[in-house]
Structure formats: structure tokens, C-alpha cells
Write a protein that binds this ligand. Structure first.
Ligand code: PEP
Length: 249
């Protein structure tokens, strides 16, 4: 019922050459039609990615967006602009944005609304730091991040959101959450959502992110509440990324 999504977050990495490689590899890859794949390159690569991946099932995503549609926001990019390049998904609240660019829950909410109003599907990223986990605060932190946004949306808006649980300590560290740890938190997110609407919670797509790779993806994705992955480092290696996509469907 929930179509898995594998989203590759290139962060500030990649090149035009890599875009070309992805285009060729995905054109030749055997992918199940029951898995959705999104690639999120840096902004300048979007037109090239649109051209290179146009004949493949891969859709495009953005790593962030500004809450405004246009105006005096030097250096920023709006949802409307992204939409012109075929962007279908946008990350909001990635832990690197929260930590390095001080985007707190309210800024995340604003960006999520901006994505929705540009007809882009937001992927809301949430997750605890190691300190918070060690202090036994994982559930509180994650549900606060989820609640700050989801509790203020109307039911129609909620159906457009995907949530990615990404423990901060697992991102780029090579230290993956165990399938049980990831499942426990994602089940708690779904249960929280069921408090608003059971049917909507059952259809809510939940991803795991944090050092997912070709070797551990299948086990993570076999968990009942893990509906896909948000993949950083391993999404820069085309063979690994395709292998992850294949283990999802
Ligand atoms: C990410 O950046 O969202 C991520 C999950 O990175 P990595 O896979 O490298 O841990």
C-alpha cells in the first residue's frame, strides 16, 4: 500500500560527469516499478539531471528551499523555481541544515509549507543527537520535531508529507542504527500520527536515513515501518545506489 521511496541526497557533492553516469546507469538498470527513486543533487546540477534522467524512472528532488516565493533573499532558491526544473521532492529539516544553518523547528515548518504551496512533496527529516539518545530522550526529541509540523497541517497537507528518521549520530558516520532501533522510532512516529488520523497514519511514508548502504539496506527495509531510505554517501556511487533501490522492491 505504501510505495517505497529511495532518495539520494548528494549534499554538496557530485559533478556533471557523475550526473551523466547516473543517467546512463539508470537507463540500463532493472528497477521494479513498485519503487520510487529520487535524486537530490546540488541546485546547479538540476537542469543537467533533468536532461540526463528524463528517460529514466528517477525523479528529482531538492535539498532545501527558501520559505518565500521570490524577493530579496540573496543566495536562496524558491520552491517555484525548483518546480520549473521538474523538482518533485524537497528535504526540509535535514540535520545539517538544523545544525550548520540554525534552522529550528519553526524554520522547518515554513519551508515545508513553501514546498507544499509550490506543489513539491516535502521530506521532513527528524532525528536525535547521540547526547539526546544517551539521555533517553530520542522519542521526545523526534516526536517534538514531527509534532511541531504535522500537528499544524490539515489532513490534505499531511498526505503529501514523507518523514525521514535520521539519527544524527548515524549520518555520514558509517554507524547505522540497527534495524530494531530504526523500527522502534518509526513505529512511534506512525503511532503519534495515528492520534490524528488512523487511516492517514497507515498510509504515511516513513524513511530511514543514516549510513544506509548496499550491504545493510535490505535488512533495514524489511522492517514493517521502514518504507524506504534517505541515502547520503552511498548515493554518490551509482552501483551502490542502484543496489539499494533494487533491495527496496
Ligand atoms: C543524509 O545525508 O541524509 C544521509 C543519510 O547521509 P549518509 O547516508 O551519508 O549517512
Amino acid at each position: 500500500m505504501r510505495m517505497p521511496l529511495i532518495a539520494g541526497n548528494w549534499k554538496m557533492n557530485g559533478s556533471l560527469t557523475l550526473i551523466e553516469q547516473f543517467g546512463e546507469a539508470f537507463a540500463a538498470a532493472e528497477l521494479s516499478s513498485s519503487v520510487e527513486v529520487a535524486l537530490l543533487p546540488p541546485f546547479p546540477y538540476l537542469p543537467a539531471a533533468q536532461a540526463a534522467l528524463g528517460a529514466t524512472p528517477v525523479v528529482l528532488g531538492a535539498q532545501t528551499l527558501n520559505p518565500a516565493h521570490s524577493g530579496a533573499h540573496t543566495g536562496e532558491v524558491s520552491g517555484r523555481m525548483l518546480k520549473e526544473f521538474g523538482v518533485e521532492y524537497a528535504l526540509v529539516g535535514h540535520s545539517e541544515r538544523r545544525q550548520l544553518y540554525r534552522e529550528a523547528d519553526e524554520a522547518v515548518y515554513d519551508r515545508l509549507l513553501a514546498a507544499l504551496s509550490a506543489d513539491i512533496r516535502p521530506i521532513l527529516c527528524v532525528g536525535e543527537t547521540l547526547e539526546e539518545r544517551d539521555a533517553g530522550r530520542t522519542r521526545d526529541v523526534v516526536l517534538r520535531q514531527v509534532g511541531h509540523v504535522m500537528a499544524r497541517l490539515d489532513p490534505q497537507q499531511r498526505t503529501r508529507v514523507t518523514i525521514a528518521y535520521e539519527p544524527v549520530w548515524a549520518i555520514g558516520s558509517g554507524r547505522t542504527a540497527t534495524p530494531e532501533q530504526a523500527q522502534e522510532v518509526l513505529a512511534a512516529i506512525r503511532e503519534y500520527q495515528a492520534g490524528f488520523d488512523r487511516e492517514l497514519a497507515a498510509g504515511l511514508r516513513l524513511l530511514y536515513g543514516g549510513s544506509m548502504n548496499a550491504g545493510n539496506a535490505a535488512e533495514l527495509l524489511s522492517q514493517p515501518d521502514i518504507d524506504g531510505g534517505l541515502v547520503g554517501g552511498a548515493s554518490l556511487k551509482v552501483d551502490d545506489f542502484i543496489a539499494i533501490c533494487q533491495s527496496a522492491g
